[in-house]
Design a protein around this ligand. Structure first.
Ligand code: SF4
Ligand code: SF4
Ligand code: FES
Length: 960
């Protein structure tokens, strides 16, 4: 819900004879909770609003000071008004709440001891708050059969209390249509029409949204531990580029579960399924535990101690790291888009910026640089997800955000309701009145225009959707750009009393889209890197820039691909306006001596690859030829990836749960995450492996070095403060807040005395047997509002902890929005600008191996990437629930194009791309643009933009 409070519009209310000043924009229940009062509730949710269904939040409202009787009202349905007098403690409302919950509990199985929600249950909390402590009902209870709902959730319908939250969340909020309520009266059933995996990408949130144990976290069940036995730390989701905030929980060096950590500007209450369940790589059997040295003669490997590995590393690098620039150039490195900024910084310092290649293709480096330049010059204003949700018109350009940036897509789903919410507001109905607002809004939608090559999960919300090929998209975007430029000219000309431009020659779609953007107050443009097309991104940025000049509150969201790839855009050497896009293609060119410089001088003999699987980006033969040309290959990674298998020296690194450091999200928010567990065995943060060579021995030293060498990243020094609190400090923060009993002795079979948990070294969080006492907790809160206040008496459940916003008071909890702090020149973009970038774009694309056009005879089919949430995120795919939901790779093609190519649905085809070839199943898609073919995102990077498509059977004949 949107709460726009200012100090001036606070009102006075009295609750149980105590006066308060509160916001009039919240309902009475939310107000009580914000004030820290214990008023129970079930059906209300701060993001879903109020429907008044459960009757648990009853309070007594009095007309005035003389009224001694009052009347019962449901707090969640009651607006706050000046002079309001209520009581929560009077006999009438107290008894009502007790009776109500007793009635609700007559059908509940009271199976807390075997329920995984036990100790983390909103129903338990509310029962305790309401004072229902005796079970008097002795009758029969209704029972239900449960369903299989997929790999992420268990289903135990007998625990349902009929609050309707699940169905409101799944259908109304997330747009899912494969889950519903069935039956009537006390025989309600919440599930699917038939057993089967829930399709919505946010289904996992049902475990938290449901106030009871109907839906529980299935992967957590497989290594279940009671909440009070978990140790936790706050960090940032390591998958897509949005930077959602999470809490990681562990026991015995295993990640047990991930839960949402409320950040009102980003994820709010909800994480996508990748964020919730994509952590199994941390516990995976393919994790690297110890350094390995490969003997190239017999291809055997030996395990090294970390000291021996460091010595060997120093020996390999010593010729390269002497203060002789010529020697220095013989060691090159590839940085990682999925590791912390500190690790890349240390590596860049070690090899020098000219020898530091960014671990994504050159074309992506160029696009990241374009985004960062636009943000730094203030040409466009990056929006947060909360701002995206609040905007009143949006244009999405060729980015399937439901798959590449799911939490943003969920926000845009809510944004499309803003017109209805505003219409309701005109009738005096507040946004939290969910049922009434939906009644008034009906099907009214805020303007949402989508330009893409295929339909998407947001298609049903689009007020304008144009499905065309990428080439046609560029033409349409140029029309939109032209129209906005004309409008800008008109705005200036009107002052000079000049005439309007005739726009009749532009397409109707372009005119409608421009009209909808210009009619809005806070329109926004969303695009991203999915297209891998710098021209399309450039035009999108130009449109957003023109829009910002016409509408000062207009915003932009540029979705990038990985958790930390945006900061690559800040590491690019830009000398006299000539940017060098040193990505993976440039690395190959350098190694293969194609850079045109003195190759003897330039040829590297040592390569360090940091957390990047190059096989995801390069065709194997080409890559292996390059790697074979290098004497020493050092890989630092978490997993035994195909690239890691090529290493001469392999060093294990800590996962996101074992490391700490900063990520830069795609909105430009610098955030710090903490380790929950210390790296098992010899897993270390990569900068620690390099510390003796870089002379950077502490995160604060890396931050300082970065602020000197990449000034835009100077705010990172803010995060040095807590980094000083670690194992050697007299004071640390408890990773296990407020609990009175000892841990459950899960190793009782060996020893009834539970072992003290091992604390993560280098983090401010200490793991304890007993949690933290009140006094220490109050001290802790002075430093951070992180997990130490995650529980409080009567509010043990995760949703209880998230019931009111965290306020995001400090950089530690809110992050630092990097680009709103810079105010450089505000140069607008107009058609024809960016000549240099266009030229650079050509250089970049030329970095790839040139296609022999004869290889694509009869082809020239334009390929486009199809994003898939469950298939695209490298580390998440190690989680079996995620992997099991990912589709088989296929070539999707419009039936009309298939007919012209004589392809039959279901047959296997060879897709011969610009860089490599793959064999795929051919499937038909009638919704997509007719003149293109779709391949999975990951394959698109390998294949390139054009391909020849041949049935496997035919190719066999051709080959003969
Ligand atoms: S399943 Fe849970 S969320 Fe849904 S109605 Fe029942 S108790 Fe409420
Ligand atoms: S994958 Fe992206 S959207 Fe999903 S929880 Fe992580 S950061 Fe958020
Ligand atoms: S929370 Fe108020 S009626 Fe359910």
């Amino acid at each position: 819900m949107n709460n726009l409070n200012t100090d001036t519009d606070m009102v006075s209310i009295t609750i149980d004879n105590q006066a308060y000043r509160v916001s009039p924009h919240e309902n009475l229940l939310q107000t009580c909770l914000t004030l820290g009062l214990d008023l129970p509730y079930f059906c209300w949710h701060s993001e879903l609003g109020s429907v008044g269904a459960c009757r648990q939040c009853a309070v007594n409202q009095y007309q005035n000071g003389e009224d001694k009787i009052g009347r019962l009202v449901m707090a969640c349905m009651t607006p706050v008004s000046d002079g309001m007098i209520i009581s929560m403690q009077d006999t009438q409302s107290t008894q009502f709440r007790q009776t109500n919950i007793e009635a609700i509990m007559t059908q509940h199985p009271h199976d807390c001891p075997v329920c995984e929600e036990g100790g983390n249950c909103h129903l338990q909390d509310m029962t305790a708050i309401s004072g229902h402590i005796n079970r008097r009902y002795t009758g029969k209870k209704r029972t239900h059969l449960n369903q299989y709902l997929g790999p992420m959730l268990n289903h135990e319908m007998n625990r349902c209390i009929g609050c309707y939250r699940c169905v409101r969340f799944y259908r109304d909020y997330c747009g899912g249509d494969d889950f519903n309520v069935f039956g009537s009266k006390s025989h309600l059933y919440f599930g699917r029409a038939r057993s089967g995996a829930l399709e919505n990408s946010f289904s996992g949130n049902l475990a938290e949204v449901c106030p009871t144990g109907v839906f529980t976290d299935k992967p957590y069940s497989e290594h279940y531990i009671r909440k009070w036995d978990l140790q936790t730390a706050p960090t940032v989701c390591p998958h897509c580029s949005l930077g959602c905030n999470i809490t990681v929980s562990e026991r015995d060096h295993k990640i047990r579960r991930i839960t949402n950590r409320r950040h009102d500007e980003i994820n709010g209450h909800f994480l996508c399924n990748i964020g919730l369940f994509g952590y199994e790589h941390v516990n995976h059997s393919e994790r690297l535990d110890a350094p390995l040295l490969r003997n190239n003669n017999d291809k055997s490997s030996v395990i090294l101690t970390s000291d021996a590995a460091k010595k060997h590393l120093a020996k390999l690098l010593s010729p390269a790291i002497i203060d002789n620039q010529q020697a220095l150039g013989r060691c090159i490195a590839i940085g990682s888009a999925r590791t912390h900024i500190e690790n890349n910084a240390a590596l860049m310092k070690l090899v020098g910026q000219d020898n530091f290649y960014l671990g994504v293709p050159d074309v992506q480096v160029q696009m990241l640089h374009m985004l960062c330049s636009a943000y730094q010059s203030n040409r466009v204003s990056p929006f947060s997800i909360k701002q995206a949700q609040a905007c009143d018109a949006a244009l999405i350009i060729d980015e399937d955000i439901s798959h590449t940036a799911p939490r943003l897509a969920l926000a845009i789903r809510q944004m499309s309701r803003n017109l209805g919410i505003n219409n309701a507001a005109k009738l005096g109905i507040a946004d939290w009145q969910d049922g009434a607002v939906r009644n008034i809004a009906q099907t009214s939608r805020s303007p949402l225009a989508i330009i893409a090559s295929d339909t998407s999960q947001l298609s049903s919300l689009a007020t304008e959707e144009v499905i065309i090929s990428p080439d046609e998209q560029v033409i349409l975007l140029e029309e939109i750009q032209d129209l906005l430029a004309h409008k800008l000219e008109e705005t200036k000309s009107l002052d000079d009393r000049e005439t309007h431009t005739n726009t009749e020659s532009y397409s109707a779609s372009a005119r409608r889209i421009v009209d909808s953007l210009l009619t809005a107050d806070t329109p926004m443009v969303i695009t991203g890197l999915q297209s891998q097309d710098p021209a399309l991104l450039r035009t999108s940025l130009d449109i957003a820039s023109l829009l910002k000049r016409l509408k000062p509150h207009a915003g932009f969201y540029g979705v990038t691909k990985q958790v930390n790839d945006l900061h690559f855009g800040l590491l690019i050497k830009d000398e006299a306006g000539e940017a060098k896009y040193l990505g993976i293609d440039s690395f190959i060119n350098r190694v293969m001596g194609q850079e045109g410089e003195d190759s003897a001088h330039n040829a590297p003999d040592t390569l360090i690859i940091l957390e990047t699987d190059l096989y995801r980006y390069m065709e194997a033969e080409q890559l292996e030829a390059a790697l074979d040309a290098i004497d020493n290959i050092i890989v630092i990674d978490q997993m035994l990836t195909p690239t890691a298998q090529m290493a001469d020296l392999l060093l294990p690194s800590g996962s996101f749960a074992e490391s700490q450091g900063c990520y830069l999200s795609s909105e430009g928010r610098l955030q710090h995450g903490f380790a929950t567990i210390s790296g098992l065995n010899q897993r270390m943060m990569p900068w620690i492996w390099l510390a003796e060579l870089t002379h950077l021995h502490h995160p604060a030293e890396i931050h300082h070095w970065l602020s000197q060498h990449v000034p835009i990243l100077a705010p990172i020094e803010t995060f040095s403060e807590l980094a000083h609190i670690n194992q050697g400090s007299p004071f640390r923060i408890a990773g296990q807040p407020q609990r009175a009993s000892a841990r459950t002795a899960i190793h009782a079979v060996n020893d009834v005395k539970e072992q003290m948990p091992m604390s993560a070294s280098g983090t401010p969080f200490v793991q304890s047997m007993e949690g933290v006492e009140g006094f220490r907790q109050s001290q802790v809160q002075m430093i951070t509002v992180l997990p130490a206040n995650a529980w409080s008496p009567k509010w043990n459940s995760d949703q209880g902890a998230n019931r009111s916003g965290n306020g995001n008071q400090s950089p530690w909890t809110s992050g630092i929005t990097l680009f709103s702090q810079v105010s450089l020149s505000s140069q607008p973009a107009c058609p024809g600008e960016h000549q240099d970038e266009q030229e650079n774009g050509r250089q970049t694309n030329a970095g790839r191996k040139e296609t022999n056009s004869s290889e694509l005879t009869g082809a020239g089919i334009r390929l486009v990437p199809a994003a898939n949430l469950y298939a695209d995120f490298e580390l998440a795919r190690y989680s079996s629930p995620i992997h099991s939901m990912s589709p088989d790779p296929s070539l999707k093609i419009h039936p009309s194009l298939a007919a012209s190519l004589r392809l039959i649905e279901g047959e296997e085809v060879w897709v011969q791309g610009e860089h490599s070839a793959v064999r795929l199943m051919c499937t038909f898609n009638r919704q997509m643009a007719p003149d293109i073919a779709q391949v999975p995102n990951t394959l698109f990077t390998l294949l390139g933009k054009r391909a020849k498509i041949t049935p496997v059977t035919l190719k066999g004949k051709e080959d003969k």
